[in-house]
Design a protein around this ligand. Structure first.
Ligand code: ATR
Length: 289
């Protein structure tokens, strides 16, 4: 029950009405028996600084930050984690005695979503589709996982080259190269994991895929699509038809949210498999509501 001493959290973004974070975090609060409530705040870019300042004024315990504020919010925070310095974005703000502290939980969310499998990717070749903000977080996670060579394919190749240069400088990504479209299938063949970070295939363009239908997937591949709407994208359909193991973006969403909650509560919170399944079901219901 919400009472006067209930802690208030939220997500800021613009637009925000389709965010799954309120459903996710309120469910997590319930699982961990926290006296807390989480809501969504639509914040226009010109009001971003005031929104961060409002954390102190209104005694908000924590905020998540989503598009379009993830980069701009950093300068309004008093402290930044090392990961925020590396990536230049934040998705989690927590109010501490010393001021507002910024963290980014996307790379940890990706790593944790791999579960027990994560050790299998040490030294493995990986192909990343896309070169935007999501790709940057994934490259950071891959550097942490110490994977083998990383191939980055992007519609605009110069952006992929730029991202790789920056990632080498910011967090020591090594052995990364860009690909031309004609080289993509050969790279996929030699990779253990393929990760889509583009928006290609996202609702409502659900017929689109970032790879061709003849992509050489097999049962040796793990294909991860960061998209969760739809939960089975055209890319995942193509991969599954060829026997590949697949994952959609729901688990990364869940684990980045859990990591935010750990930061806010300073508690080592864990989900059981049955809780994870329950959470996936809840979020799918929200998506198709
Ligand atoms: P995010 O923060 O989600 O990564 P972003 O920074 O806007 O979003 O990046 C979107 C990515 O999806 C980019 O790699 C973009 O390719 P370009 O750099 O060529 O723009 C990719 N993308 C978006 N729409 C695409 C499309 N129709 N075909 C191919 N790639 C697309």
């Amino acid at each position: 029950m919400i009472k006067a001493n209930t802690h208030v959290y939220g997500v800021i973004g613009d637009p925000i009405e389709h965010s799954l974070s309120p459903a996710l975090q309120n469910w997590l609060f319930k699982q961990f028996d926290l006296n807390a409530v989480y809501t969504a705040f639509q914040v226009h870019p010109q009001n971003l600084k005031e929104a961060v300042q409002a954390m102190s004024a209104l005694n908000l315990k924590g905020l998540n930050v989503t598009l379009p504020h993830k980069a701009a919010v950093v300068e309004y925070c008093d402290k930044r984690s090392g990961d925020v310095d590396c990536l230049g974005v934040a998705n989690t703000l927590s109010r501490e005695s010393s001021g507002v502290s910024a963290s980014v939980t996307d790379p940890q969310g990706f790593i944790e979503s791999l579960g027990q499998m994560r050790t299998q990717f040490k030294d493995a070749e990986v192909c990343v589709l896309g070169a935007g903000g999501a790709a940057r977080s994934i490259l950071f996670a891959l550097a942490t996982l110490e994977t083998g060579p990383v191939w980055v394919y992007n519609r605009t190749r110069e952006k992929a080259e730029h991202l790789i240069r920056e990632s080498k400088q910011a967090f020591g990504l090594s052995r990364a190269r860009t690909l031309s479209e004609s080289e993509l299938n050969a790279a996929i063949e030699s990779c253990r994991m393929v990760i889509n970070t583009t928006s290609v295939g996202m609702y409502p363009q659900t017929d689109a895929s970032p790879v061709r239908d003849d992509a050489p997937f097999s049962d040796q591949h793990f294909v991860y699509d960061l998209i969760y709407n739809p939960v089975t994208t055209r890319l995942l359909q193509i991969a599954e038809q060829k026997g590949a193991h697949t994952r959609n973006g729901l688990d990364m969403l869940i684990f980045q949210g859990l990591e935010s909650l750990r930061i806010w509560t300073h508690a080592d919170l864990r989900l059981s498999i049955s809780q994870l399944n329950e959470c996936r079901t809840l979020l799918k219901e929200q998506l198709y509501e």
